[in-house]
Design a protein around this ligand. Structure first.
Ligand SMILES: Cc1ncc(C[n+]2csc(CCOP(=O)(O)OP(=O)(O)O)c2C)c(N)n1
Length: 554
């Protein structure tokens, strides 16, 4: 099929075709000529040509009302789209689905004295439910993904009613054609109902049936009802549930240490572990490895469940956004016959988990005090319920290597992942929580937020500071670890400590030798007052110990 050589024009037309939108009311112009070329050659598209844009828009309004389908309005740049406004206001208040596709100069030319160029990007602001701006100049996979995602969401809303606007920055030449080689259409279905409707569940049942399913749980507040519903869902062999400790969903059927498990998968056999359907819930996921893994997996569907950021496309394959209470979602699915006994997908994932789990505490980190040794000693010895606050940087990542303790709740500032307020947040939390709260922090994060130490001293709060004399995270991130700027610019290597906390009312102790570690941690946890234990670790030795651990458990 012949079409315009402008890939963004192809994308808009493909999205129309995929969403069953075929009628265009076209007003002549030069900038929008690439659309004329594409729709004229498209077997499913039909066009009505009307010169006066004001009248064209009202004509489209009548057409959309009669056909009960969205109609596209396409015009050139400048005052042309401004003439759509009266009809768009009418459509807005009557929820009639008109899609304005306005051609524009590339953004760089706005307000630069070029002809027929006005500020048209947000011309219908307040009267459309969504606006997307596309530019044809840059073509790469990341931009294609962004535009497909943005337009897929716009089309999904358009089908629900009301007007929408796509402004398309096009550069010259405008009249070149090409043979169509790539399909840009992408659909994201969105469902909004706190208790998913029967139609939603029967649609999803068809999508899920007999598939290999991975449920990936991100950060959440503890939710026992969700845990129950998820445990029931995970009884099927086809279902592997992956959680992180911040999901606060501990259960022996789940894979709770994602990086540890992924580390054991051989490159050549990765595809065996790919799910066909991914269901995600909750907020941030810490593991970078699982993100890279799932972006490679050819998913049949990614179903995102819950109310937080319903259109977030972390794995670049979002197909269904179900805005609802996740408990209601799993309760409803648990009533269906999903045919989920066709693959031992859970067993596949769980075998790796069991293997690594057995080896975690067998690993001997040697006698030099490393970061890893601190976590291993802490988690090995913990036998009481805790509220665990994990500062950002390497702390949250090290904590993912150890199975979550069922009686422990896990918290971390993973919304924006800053090191700036981890201590203040833990103190605020502990001020209203009588249970034993433990904050684990790197020393830079703790020094950054040192004002927090004078806020209040709650006797239920203990702080374990791992002082590796800088941002130790930069020694374990690929790229950063070999950068010539690492020591000074990234790690900000230093010789400071937190002993000043003693003058602010904290019981402060410090250790530098591994032989004192176990006792020092036990003393910290048993301390009757607000206490800080600062453990000085060997910054050079820590990264190699972590590497050895990964090799040992693989
Ligand atoms: C507000 C803010 N500034 C900068 C960063 C970038 N950053 C991430 S980790 C880190 C170093 C943290 O060092 P430390 O607290 O000692 O922990 P470690 O890496 O040693 O575990 C920095 C500067 C950030 N996440 N947040």
């Amino acid at each position: 099929m012949v079409c315009s050589d402008k890939w963004v024009v192809q994308l808009v037309v493909d999205q129309c075709a995929l969403h069953g939108i075929t009628h265009w009311v076209f007003s002549p112009g030069s900038r929008n000529a690439p659309f004329a070329l594409s729709i004229d050659n498209h077997p499913e598209m039909e066009a009505t040509v009307i010169v006066d844009e004001r009248s064209a828009a009202f004509y489209a309004l009548g057409l959309a009302e009669k056909t009960q389908k969205p109609v596209v309005l396409c015009c050139t740049s400048g005052s042309a789209p401004a003439n759509y406004l009266p009809a768009i206001t009418e459509a807005f208040y009557r929820n009639i689905p008109l899609l304005v596709v306005s051609a524009d100069r590339p953004k760089a030319w706005t307000d630069q004295g070029d002809g027929q160029t006005i500020r048209q990007g947000h011309l219908f602001h307040g009267f459309v439910h969504s606006t997307v701006h596309l530019e044809d100049a840059i073509s790469n996979d990341e931009n294609a993904w962004m535009y497909q995602r943005e337009t897929a969401l716009l089309f999904s809303q358009l089908l629900e009613g009301g007007p929408a606007h796509i402004n398309v920055g096009l550069s010259e030449p405008l009249y070149h054609s090409s043979e169509k080689t790539r399909e840009f259409g992408r659909k994201i279905l969105s469902f909004k109902n706190q208790n998913p409707s029967i139609e939603t569940i029967s649609h999803l049942t068809r999508v899920i049936r007999e598939k290999k399913i991975m449920v990936l749980c991100g950060q959440m507040h503890p939710n026992p009802s969700l845990l129950d519903a998820l445990v029931t869902f995970s009884q099927s062999a086809n279902v592997a549930v992956l959680t992180e400790n911040t999901a606060n969903l501990p259960h022996e059927r789940f894979n709770a240490c994602i990086d540890r498990t992924l580390n054991a998968i051989e490159k050549e056999s990765e595809s065996e572990y790919y799910p066909e359907v991914l269901i995600t819930l909750g907020g941030a996921v810490v593991s970078k490895r699982i993100k890279a893994f799932l972006r490679k997996a050819p998913l049949v569907a990614h179903i995102k469940v819950g109310n937080e950021f319903p259109s977030m496309d972390t794995y670049q394959q979002l197909s269904h956004s179900v805005e609802c209470n996740p408990v209601a979602f799993f309760d409803a699915l648990n009533q269906q016959d999903l045919g989920l006994a066709t693959h031992n997908f859970m067993g596949l994932w769980k075998t790796l988990d069991y293997r690594a789990k057995d080896r975690v505490f067998q690993f001997n980190p040697g006698s030099i005090l490393s970061d890893f040794m601190v976590y291993q000693t802490l988690f090995n010895g913990l036998n009481e319920a805790l509220i665990l606050h994990m500062a950002n940087s390497s702390v949250i990542r090290y904590c993912q290597l150890f199975d979550p303790l069922p009686s422990t709740e896990y918290y971390s500032n993973r919304g924006a992942s800053g090191i700036d307020g981890c201590t203040s947040t833990a103190i605020g939390f502990a001020s209203k929580d009588d249970r034993k709260n433990l904050l684990i922090s790197g020393e830079l994060s703790c020094l950054y937020d040192s004002n927090a130490l004078q806020l209040a001293t709650h006797s239920n709060l203990k702080v374990l500071v791992i002082n590796n004399q800088g941002g130790g995270i930069f020694r374990i991130i690929d790229g950063a670890n070999t950068s010539p700027q690492r020591l000074t610019y990234l790690e900000a290597s230093h010789q400071k400590n937190l002993s000043f906390a003693a003058s602010l009312g904290w019981h402060y102790t410090a250790i530098k030798e591994s032989k004192n570690l176990e006792h020092a941690i036990a003393t910290l946890l048993a301390s009757p007052q607000a206490a800080i234990l600062e453990v000085f670790t060997d910054a050079n030795h820590s990264p190699s110990t972590l590497k050895e651990f990964y090799t040992f458990v693989a």
